[in-house]
Design a protein around this ligand. Structure first.
Ligand SMILES: Cc1cc2nc3c(=O)[nH]c(=O)nc-3n(C[C@H](O)[C@H](O)[C@H](O)COP(=O)(O)OP(=O)(O)OC[C@H]3O[C@@H](n4cnc5c(N)ncnc54)[C@H](O)[C@@H]3O)c2cc1C
Length: 352
């Protein structure tokens, strides 16, 4: 499969972009930050950027407002030797990741910096922002990349992860990519031997209210939890429809608590109202690849496997010996989860 473009006005495009093949690589990474630090997923995007070519200066774009943005920028400047500069867009307009202002920001930064590649993670942030920025830049993004083989060749899953497709990007610059963070291991923070990248403010004077768009942030509803983030947890405990009720699903939560794990769910469990949508793992949920994935009462439908089959060790408990989950499981127990989970809870030590 090749990415091709239908150019409505090719001469106009030439003003904005040099052709992809003629440029040496330089990459803009769109980074997310929280509590004064870069999110681990964004560090995966840096690792991905670094694998495009050896000589590939990486610029990190951070946007938001307040002191936590500046803290994140300072940490980002030393977090990986390939980062040559950190660009900071400090404005209330970027306090929340709305696609409209972010799209305009990326367009502004790209037109000034002329990057060959723009990379974000395939998180809800990247999925929201990248397509709008790509439309503004008149290019077609390559999404869900799991492997990078040079500046214009990428591997991405298709058919719910049942096949891998090699994409040769033949379009104009920038080549915009969203990458699966689970496929690009995160380096430890602060292990850079370099003195640190330069930090510069993005000149936002040309971004007026009108160009920013009409969307407004209203509110964010999120659950306060001490549990690790599902997308980056080392251990995930998932429950399926077999749990039967939200009350029973609490067993999964208790087990996760004892193991210091994140909680996951199948779509059937989410649709039945046992847990909120943000816990769904799979094709239309989160993609995870923890060191240990434990699945209780999960059949292993193809759409669920698409979100977890790259986990290092998979443990499945299902009373049906023919359940497809056992085809990907490293350890399987044919049995009743209503016996297995209480047994585990009893035998596991209390979390300190
Ligand atoms: C376009 C599309 C996108 C989708 N996206 C997703 C997605 O992102 N994520 C996702 O998960 N699904 C997704 N689905 C749905 C998917 O096809 C399955 O329907 C869903 O994953 C099934 O969830 P489940 O395994 O919990 O339920 P079921 O398939 O009903 O399986 C329940 C399992 O529990 C076992 N069981 C029952 N009782 C017990 C017990 N007491 N002890 C132990 N085992 C027991 C049964 O043997 C069975 O294997 C999608 C579907 C479509 C069409």
């Amino acid at each position: 499969m090749a990415c091709r473009f239908i150019l409505q006005n090719p001469s106009k495009r030439k003003l904005l972009h040099s052709t992809f093949a003629s440029r040496s690589a330089s990459t803009l990474v769109l980074a997310e930050h929280e509590g004064g630090s870069i999110k681990a997923q964004s560090l995966s995007a840096v690792v991905a950027a670094n694998s495009i070519s050896r000589d590939n200066p990486v610029s990190l774009l951070l946007a938001g407002s307040g002191s936590s943005l500046q803290q994140a920028a300072e940490k980002a400047a030393t977090c990986h030797p390939c980062i040559s500069q950190v660009l900071v867009a400090d404005s209330d307009k970027f306090a929340y990741p709305l696609a409209e202002p972010w799209g305009k920001l990326i367009q502004l930064v790209q037109l000034k910096g002329g990057y060959s590649h723009v990379i974000a993670t395939s998180s809800s942030f990247g999925k929201n922002i990248l397509p709008r920025a790509a439309a503004l830049l008149d290019v077609s993004p390559v999404t869900d990349v799991v492997e990078i083989n040079g500046p214009n060749q990428f591997i991405r899953p298709i058919y719910a992860g049942n096949a891998l497709c090699t994409v040769r990007y033949t379009g104009a610059s920038p080549c915009m990519l969203s990458v699966r963070s689970t496929s690009f291991p995160v380096p430890p923070l602060g292990d850079s031997k370099s003195d640190g990248a330069s930090i510069s403010e993005v000149d936002l004077s040309t971004l007026d209210e009108e160009s920013i768009g009409k969307s407004r942030f209203i509110k964010l509803s999120s659950e306060e939890t001490d549990r690790p983030d599902l997308g980056s947890a080392r251990v995930v405990v998932t429950g399926g429809r077999a749990l039967k009720s939200a009350e029973n699903f609490k067993m999964i939560e208790k087990l996760a608590e004892k193991l210091g794990a994140a909680v996951g769910a199948t779509r059937a469990a989410v649709d039945a109202g046992f847990v909120p949508n943000e816990l769904q793992v799979g094709q239309t949920g989160k993609i995870v690849a923890p060191e240990l994935y434990m699945a209780f009462g999960v059949s292993g439908a193809i759409q669920h496997l698409a979100g977890m089959k790259d986990s290092k060790v998979i443990v499945a408990v299902n009373k049906d010996a023919d359940a497809p989950i056992f085809q990907v499981a490293d350890y399987g127990l044919v049995g009743d989860l209503f016996e297995a989970i209480p047994d585990l809870l009893e035998k596991l030590p209390e979390k300190k």
